[in-house]
Design a protein around this ligand. Structure first.
Ligand SMILES: [Zn+2]
Ligand SMILES: [Zn+2]
Length: 98
């Protein structure tokens, strides 16, 4: 299934990066400082790198709605928390886009 591809605008990566930059690479919910691109992650284990991977969440879960107020930067753990709370059956692998 490639349905997620069509839902995201061409400049999604730019949008996501600007949201993360604005959050200064910190999670909105727990404040975890995540790894920015280009930062040295060689000391982190692969699983840590996953944890410190900041993601952008849509509050209304509509990936077409990319207004700033609908977007928030979350670490992967908190991102999962928000998605677990709903009826969404999004798998963790898809979360980097949601
Ligand atoms: Zn967090
Ligand atoms: Zn999300």
């Amino acid at each position: 299934m490639t349905f997620t591809d069509s839902l995201y605008p061409d400049n999604w990566s730019e949008i996501a990066t600007s949201v993360k930059l604005e959050a200064q690479w910190c999670c909105h919910r727990c404040g975890l400082k995540c790894v920015a691109p280009g930062e040295d992650t060689s000391k982190l284990t692969i699983s840590k790198r996953r944890v410190y991977n900041l993601q952008v969440h849509h509050w209304n879960r509509n990936p077409r709605d990319n207004r700033k107020e609908n977007l928030v930067a979350l670490c992967s753990g908190c991102h999962l928390h928000y998605h677990r709370g709903g009826r969404s059956n999004v798998s963790p692998g898809q979360l980097s886009l949601w």
